[in-house]
Design a binder for this molecule. Sequence first.
Ligand code: ADP
Ligand code: MG
Length: 344
Amino acid sequence: MTGRIHLLDTRLANQIAAGEVVERPASVIKELLENALDAGATQIDIQVEEGGTRLIQIRDNGGGIDRDDLPLALARHATSKISTLEDLDAVATLGFRGEALASIASVSRLTMTSSTDDSGVGWSVHTEGRDMEPVLSAASHPRGTTVAVRDLFFNTPARRKFLRTVNTELGHLEEVVRRLCLFNFQVGFRLTHNGTLRWQFRPAPDEAEQRRRISTLCGQAFMDAATPLLVETHGLSLGGWLGSPSVARGQADMQYFYVNGRVVRDKVVTHAIRSAYSDVLAHGRHPAYVLFFELDPAAVDVNVHPTKHEVRFRDQRVVHEFLARTIHRALAGLKTVALTPETQ
Ligand code: ADP
Ligand code: MG
């Protein structure tokens, strides 16, 4: 049956849009962590209950949100990060679509408390699903923001049905946290699940501390045999750690490739790395790596997909060549080291 065409009411539109961005607790945590990082936080505490289905709470010490901006932050297409189409061509922040909080708020009970100074006084806004107007109240909070998301999908039973076991959801969620901890070394992170501490990382400005963090997140075996890398040329830079062939895996499950601070999966990238590893890796084995690729934000389009896992390089050929050549050279060095007994 069809009726006359009408515009959807805003909150229903948000709930539909939430389907694109909020698939499970892990997607909520990704959006909230990206917001905390965009706000310049140096310490982020994550508290999760029941795999994130009961509670996801993120507290940061970033710039905070003004009282008047709090309800606006929950509105769709409300962002402080871009204002013009030109800005969209060179996005430097992790977020920019201005729809994550609106989407999350439409399918959960959300409380956001924030303060922009050190007076200890802040404001809090609370919503319960799509049918409720935001309620604003005074609250005490140090400089920064706490977002608590309770009872995810409480008002969308069809979506709730797709949630997996607590352990599965926790696994997805930890993978999101791992990805962000592996890049944002200037930030301290703490993750607890049902009151138990899972990870705690101090800010890691120096390499020794970074290695410790990577060991915890990717395993001692990976770190012990990894080749560090840092090459810069013609505005392209590649840093990070290449896993040795000895820690290659049966699955492509330890491949962390960051483009300007964002983990992406990209065919051009995967192909370039595969080909660089092809002489040192047995067929069917997958290399492990943590790599940070930086280039002019204007040379890459991140607005390809709502979850921003995909990118489009303006000049794929140049990127492919740079990655393949740089990694191949680093691995060639590794091969000589591995084959020369004197150096062991
Ligand atoms: P986006 O990140 O794409 O701008 P969001 O819906 O995730 O959209 O957030 C909306 C706005 O709320 C942001 O642009 C930002 O101004 C503000 N905001 C959200 N989370 C935080 C936070 N943790 N600290 C400071 N400001 C925040
Ligand atoms: Mg955001």
